[in-house]
Every structure is written in structure tokens, then in C-alpha cells.
Write a protein that binds this ligand. Structure first.
Ligand code: GLY
Length: 575
């Protein structure tokens, strides 16, 4: 589904005057930029009906649950950042929660080692889903159209079906032959009627999901948390050894969080607060990097890349030390996002030599486990100037791989984002620091980083990405591209990305940036630098210098689109 990045690493050498530059899709009437074209169209149709950015975001989120089942969801959770036309900024936290019957040692085998199979797949993996409550909360506070109207496009997509892309057909075939194939309800929902494998151009109809979405549209979120859908989830859990009960579902609440804020040059950066680690780490890295004058070095210069890697190393170490659910642990957000802290941290950076992650983090010494990278981000803007940055997830691709019987939707495997072995931190990849241990009702730490950048009171950039722990670094590259290097949104999204997460102590660089020259120069500075695969999927809106918003879909996703308001029923070539 991912296309490899085809960007000239010679971006640094680009001439200052651009001819017929691709800036993205311009629109002052509104934009929905997401990873699955039919879902972007669904969101844009809501803008065409007079809906605002939140209406369109809710419609897009429900539609992605139909057309992008690997990460779009109603059985997972996420974060939505909203900026109204008058400049009010809100973060909505609809991250999943640990079930009330969960415990700190529930994923340990009898010999005390972690059993990864329990969080990769199956009925013990899901946290209590938050998406439907979160979308409802956003809509209640900011929506303009009726709830039923914003859910309806997703109902239509599930009921009438939609044309499968090559990526979706390939993904589902792989799942049905693999992890999803073990669960009869998942095969019933996503198997090809009559048998055989899916192919590009086939029509995917999801009747049970349509019924569930129709009920949510007509009865509201309560039917999911307190009505027959809650019964279906709880019954399925009970029958298969899972933990989520009706009590868990009835108790779930989405929360308003004050976004974390930083400044960078002339820009104000607003990003998601804990239980996301994204906003704190992003602002810490920007604070560390601002004094270095990276612009003069160039975005793909080894000197700038070295400093960025060193900032990443330090911010991810702080992430492991301090970050967790603020309703359960004290997170020193003000300190970590302060310039004083950045100064102290930056003092340990040698501009001519890579640091050692182990030496730097002797107090913690842990290697965070690799995180699956399936999540999805979309950005929305309406004609009035309201914007939404939304990142939500099932955790791994297709989450727990379990479809709720008779309700047609996949449940997450988000419990894997907790620290699973208390007290043990080791270089093998287990982490046991206290802030993110499992407790009943607690939200697991996330890296999702929906971000809104403002310049002189006006929105400049709306962005975010999937990618597990790489998310924060993907967002850093896009934000630095625009705010430090003065690139257009398209150039910033196309820039090769890199990832260092403190431990393991290596940096991966996307193919277009991993030239032999760059790798050799970073190695000479002491970095274990490696070429990596595609990183992230930053579906972005960038506002050009003349105030025109551009939808910048990320070309790493073959199915992505920047959609402009248009009625779904309009004939081709119509309005
Ligand atoms: N599951 C990905 C994240 O929340 O960071």
C-alpha cells in the first residue's frame, strides 16, 4: 500500500525560483486530506452540505472505519485537535483505557517473561474503545450539522459498498490468510462472499458494520457504550476470555485536554497533551533545535541531521522517563516543554560526535519495544478557517484482528502500548518504568501527534502521521520543513524522514535520504545510520504565503487524497 518516496535528495540544491511548482490542491472552500480517497470524499461531501471542519472530521473518521479497516476505526481510539476560526484550541482525548479487570502482570508468562502474542492479537489485547465517544464529544461541542447527517456517509459506504483499491485487497487477503483468519466473525465480515481472494476493483459491502453505524447515527454514542452494541462486545469478550465488560463500556468517557504549546521562530506550535507523548516530545525537540540555525546547514545536510538525531535521542529518553496517563501519574509537562530544560539537555550535545544512548540514560537503561506502525491521520479545514488534526488508531494493522460478532467492526490491540513488565528495563526491548504501567481505567501512552501550527494568529500548517513511535519524528520533519527551512507544505511532506528513539541506538533514514554520502558522514560522526523503509503518512494542510490553503496528501500512501467540497451524488465533472 505504501509507495516508496521518490524525492530528490538534492532538495538542498533546488534552485530558489520554482517553475510550475506542485504545491498541493488549493482550496479556500475547504479541504479533507486523508489516506483513503472514498473517506476523504465522504468528509468533503459534508463540507459541501454546509458542515464545518468538525462535522467533516467526524464524517471522515466514521468513513475511514469502513474504507481503511487497518487503522480507521470505531473500535479503537485517538486524539483530535481543533482550532476554531476565532483561535480557540482544544484537544479531545479519546484514547482507549485498560479494562477494570486488567492488572500489571496480565501479559506475563508463568516464567515471568512477556507473552507478546497476547497483545498482538485476540480478546485480551483490546483496551476499552474511545472513538465513538470522542467523535460525539467533538461534535457536541463544535458540530453544526445534525449527528445523523455526519454519520450517514459512512453508513452509505458500508451499506452500498465501495470499490477496493489494490492496497486494501492485498491487505485483506494477507489478513484472511493470517491473523484475521483465526477468528470466524472476522472472516464472516471481511471474507469474499463465495470464497476466493479479493482483487483491486472488487466491491466491499459490510452489512453488519452498516447496521452498527446506522444505530450510532440514529441513537447516538450511548448505543455503543450502553445499548446493544455494548452487549455484543461484552458477550464476545465473555465467550472468548476477554476482559471488557458492560461496566467498562458504560464508564468510558472522552476528555478535553489543554494542548501543549511551544513557540518556534515566529510560529506557535499546538500539539496533543498526555496521554500522548507526541506534543511534549515535539516541543522539546523544537526547543533544543531552535538555537542551532539549521536552515543555514540545509535540511539534508549531515550537520543538521546529526543535531536532529541528538534532539530525538534526548526527547525519547525523557519520554521513557516521564510520560504516562496524567490522570494516574504526574507528568512534568511544563518542565519538559520549557526552554530551560532544552538548554540543559542541549548542553550535553556534541556537534561533532554522536552520544551514547545507554550512557545518557543510565538511570533508566531500557530499550522500548518496537511499536507497530498502523494508525491513521487526517487534516480538515473549512471555508471559515476552522481546522482539525485527527490521529486515531487500532494500534497494529487491523488491531486485535477480532471483529465483534454481529456488529461488524474490529477491536484494537492498544493494550500493547503499556509497559508490560513492572520494574524490568533491559536492552532486549522491554520497559518497566512506572509512568506507563497497566492500571485499571488508565490510558496507555501514545505517540500520536496531531499538530496545528499558527503564525501571527493564522493557521500555517495542520499535520500528523501514523507510524507508532516514528510519528513524533515524522511530524518534526514536516514542521521543521515549513518553519525552519522555509519549504512549501509539499516539499516538507516529501522530505526524506528519519527516526531515532533513544534505544535501540540507531537511526533509520528513508531511502531517498539514505545516500551513501549521507550515511558515510553520519557514521563518521559516530551514528549507527541505516537506510529504512517508508516512514509515516503525513496527510497535511499547508497555508501558502498569500493565505491560500493547500491540501498536501502524502504520496507514500497510494490511496491518499486531498478532497475539496463536492456532493457525493454530483455527476463526474460536476460541482
Ligand atoms: N498506537 C500508536 C500510538 O498510539 O502511538
Amino acid at each position: 500500500m505504501r509507495k516508496m518516496l521518490v524525492v530528490a535528495a538534492a532538495l538542498v540544491l533546488a534552485p530558489p525560483v520554482h517553475v510550475a511548482q506542485d504545491l498541493g490542491v488549493p482550496s479556500k472552500e475547504g479541504l479533507v486530506v486523508c489516506t483513503s480517497a472514498p473517506a476523504c470524499d465522504a468528509g468533503a461531501s459534508v463540507l459541501a452540505r454546509g458542515g464545518n471542519a468538525v462535522d467533516a472530521a467526524v464524517a471522515t473518521a466514521f468513513a475511514l472505519a469502513v474504507t481503511h479497516p487497518s487503522a480507521g476505526n470505531i473500535g479503537g481510539g485517538g486524539f483530535m485537535m481543533i482550532r476554531t476560526a476565532t483561535g480557540e484550541i482544544t484537544g479531545i482525548d479519546y484514547r482507549e483505557k485498560a479494562p477494570l479487570r486488567s492488572s500489571r502482570t496480565m501479559y506475563l508468562k508463568t516464567d515471568g517473561t512477556i507473552d507478546p502474542s497476547l497483545t498482538n492479537t485476540g480478546y485480551l489485547a483490546p483496551g476499552v474503545p474511545g472513538t465513538v465517544r470522542g467523535l460525539e464529544l467533538a461534535h457536541k461541542r463544535y458540530g453544526k450539522l445534525r449527528w445523523r447527517e455526519v454519520v450517514e456517509p459512512a453508513v452509505q459506504l458500508a451499506e452500498q459498498g465501495f470499490t477496493m483499491s489494490a492496497g486494501l485487497a492485498r491487505g485483506l487477503n494477507g489478513q484472511l490468510a493470517g491473523r484475521m483468519g483465526k477468528f470466524p466473525a472476522s472472516v464472516a465480515a471481511y471474507g469474499k462472499p463465495g470464497g476466493g481472494t479479493w482483487a483491486e476493483g472488487d466491491r466491499l459491502v459490510l452489512p453488519d458494520l452498516a447496521k452498527t453505524l446506522r444505530a450510532i447515527g440514529s441513537e447516538g454514542a450511548d448505543v455503543f457504550y450502553k445499548g446493544w452494541i455494548a452487549d455484543r462486545i461484552a458477550d464476545d469478550m465473555k465467550a472468548n476470555g476477554g476482559l471488557i465488560t458492560r461496566e467498562d463500556l458504560a464508564a468510558y468517557q472522552a476528555k478535553i485536554r489543554t494542548p501543549v504549546r511551544g513557540t518556534f521562530h515566529d510560529y506557535d506550535i499546538y500539539a496533543m497533551a498526555p496521554p500522548s507523548s507526541g506534543g511534549v516530545a515535539l516541543i522539546e525537540m523544537l526547543n533544543i533545535l531552535e538555537p542551532y540555525g539549521l536552515k543555514a546547514k540545509g535540511p539534508l545536510s549531515p550537520a543538521a541531521m546529526h543535531l536532529e538525531i541528538e534532539a530525538m535521542r534526548r526527547a525519547y529518553l525523557d519520554r521513557a522517563r516521564h510520560l504516562g496517563d496524567p490522570d494516574f501519574v504526574t507528568v512534568p509537562v511544563a518542565k519538559l516543554t520549557s526552554r530551560d530544560h532544552a538548554k540543559t539537555v542541549a548542553a550535553t550535545i556534541d556537534p561533532a560526535k554522536a552520544s551514547s544512548s545507554v550512557e545518557l540514560g543510565r538511570d533508566v537503561v531500557t530499550a522500548p519495544p518496537a511499536e507497530p506502525d498502523e494508525t491513521t491521520h487526517f487534516s480538515v479545514m473549512d471555508r471559515g478557517g476552522m481546522v482539525v488534526a485527527n490521529t486515531y488508531t487500532l494500534e497494529g494493522g487491523y488491531g486485535s484482528h477480532v471483529v465483534v460478532k454481529g456488529a461488524g467492526f474490529l477491536l484494537n490491540n492498544e493494550m500493547g502500548d503499556f509497559n508490560k513488565k513492572p520494574g524490568e528495563t533491559n536492552l532486549r526491548g522491554d520497559i518497566g518504568t512506572p509512568a506507563n504501567l497497566i492500571d485499571p481505567g488508565k490510558r496507555m501512552l501514545s505517540s500520536m501527534t496531531p499538530t496545528i501550527v499558527v503564525k501571527k494568529g493564522k493557521v500555517a500548517l495542520v499535520t500528523g502521521s501514523p507510524g507508532g513511535r516514528t510519528i513524533i519524528n515524522t511530524v518534526l520533519t514536516v514542521v521543521l520543513g515549513v518553519t525552519e527551512f522555509g519549504l512549501t507544505g509539499r516539499e516538507a511532506v516529501d522530505l526524506p524522514r528519519m527516526h531515532h528513539q533513544w534505544l535501540p541506538d540507531h537511526v533509520t533514514i528513508e531511502k531517498a535520504g539514505a545516500t551513501s554520502d549521507i550515511l558515510a558522514k553520519l557514521k563518521a560522526l559516530g551514528h549507527d545510520a541505516r537506510g529504512g523503509g517508508g516512514q509515516g503518512d503525513a496527510e497535511t494542510i499547508w497555508i501558502g504565503p498569500d493565505g491560500t490553503p493547500y491540501g498536501v496528501n502524502d504520496k507514500r500512501s497510494a490511496d491518499s487524497k486531498a478532497a475539496v467540497p463536492r456532493s457525493l451524488t454530483a455527476p463526474t465533472g460536476g460541482r
